[in-house]
Design a protein around this ligand. Structure first.
Ligand code: TXA
Ligand code: MG
Length: 334
């Protein structure tokens, strides 16, 4: 299959919308990462997304909408807490999990009776959804297990020849995937941390919002007994071995990272340090693209200084730890 490069103009966006309506796959920019879009109501189209990504089909997708009118047919009800959050944070980098309606096929939600929905703030994304006149199911536009793409070229690196088209938009602003907030239980629960944090929502709405327990499970936890940690937890993985330097302060982490670097270099490794100096915004914006770039350079050992683990830093560290398969060095222990 030839993957067509489309530009951000009305003719090309209309063409992309038409492709989606006919069951095609089109990658498009959002403010978080590039998505691989298909008509969320078309079973065959959604199945082909799983195939193009090489993704297990029990992994549910996020359905993207452009207008509030699209919401009602996708869900059975919208609780008042959900309405309040949508009013504040949509369009934007947060996804809400609600009870799904029958309009949404089970393949889209990986067999669940709930649905994850997001209204992106990226203008090109919303223009595409409107042109398609369909809700668009879109996982990140990477091969399963690889770092999420934050540029059109990163999408092509994984997907050229596997999908119908890519909209050649800008580099994604946030750089990590949306916050996923489950609103089907008693307390809003963050399943995947992102730019919008539990702390932000709590402060704004004055309600309890919790992080799902699984987000804190790592090799340091006593109850961490995965049969195969690498297999179970490695995501966003480059080919290189990734090490995260955690704990201490920004300076301690950098010092430790460079001492690991000299050791690796003396052991004939092609190693590099990635140091964001504690800047979570910058780290999120750059991290996935940097992993891909270092892979292309043939770097085999990537040493990353960690971030302060609160607020957005906690979200970005979640991706860093996964990319490293929880390969962590403590900056204040030798
Ligand atoms: O920023 C993003 O969310 C990007 C852009 C393209 O919008 N999309 C994205 O999709 O990251 P994906 O498929 O890579 O991640 C979807 C996440 C997964 O963690 C999945 O488990 C969760 O959303 N999810 C989807 N539907 C769910 C549901 N019904 N219940 C719980 N989690 C769900
Ligand atoms: Mg993904």
């Amino acid at each position: 299959m030839k993957t067509i490069r489309l530009q951000v103009n009305q003719t090309d966006i209309d063409r992309a919308g038409e492709m989606i309506r006919r069951g095609g796959l089109v990658a498009f920019p959002t403010e978080t990462v590039y998505g691989l879009g298909a008509d969320a109501t078309n079973e065959a189209a959604v199945r082909s997304v799983y195939a193009a990504k090489g993704r297990p089909s029990d992994n549910p997708m996020i359905v993207h909408i452009a207008d509030m009118e699209q919401l009602d047919e996708l869900v059975t009800e919208v609780p008042s807490v959900a309405r309040a959050m949508m009013e504040i944070y949509w369009p934007g980098p947060i996804t809400f999990v609600l009870k799904k309606s029958d309009v949404v096929p089970m393949v889209t939600t990986g067999g669940l009776d709930t649905i994850a929905i997001r209204m992106p703030s990226n203008r090109t994304a919303r223009r595409l959804i409107r042109a398609a006149r369909r809700p668009i199911a879109a996982p990140s536009a990477n091969l399963s297990g690889r770092p999420s793409p934050t540029t059109a070229l990163d999408v092509l690196e994984d997907m050229d020849g596997r999908i119908d088209a890519v909209i050649m938009g800008d580099t994604c602003d946030v750089g990590i995937e949306s916050t996923v907030c489950d609103l089907t239980g008693d307390v809003p629960t963050i399943l995947r941390p992102g730019y919008i944090t539990a702390e932000m929502i709590q402060a704004k709405l004055g309600i309890d919002v919790v992080y799902d327990r699984s987000l804190f499970i790592s090799p340091e936890n006593a109850d961490f007994h995965p049969k195969s940690p690498g297999m179970k937890y490695k995501h966003y993985s480059p080919k290189a071995n990734v090490i995260i330097v955690r704990g201490g302060d920004t300076e301690m982490r950098a010092t430790r990272a460079y001492s690991i670097l000299s050791l690796a270099l003396s052991g004939d490794k092609n190693a590099k340090v990635v140091d964001y100096k504690g800047d979570s915004r910058e780290a999120a914006h750059d991290f996935f693209a940097r992993l891909r770039e270092l892979d292309r350079e043939g770097v085999d050992t990537i040493i990353v200084t960690g971030l302060p683990e609160e607020g957005f830093g906690f979200s970005v560290m979640n991706r860093m730890l996964k990319a490293a398969g929880y390969n962590v060095v403590d900056s204040d222990k030798m």
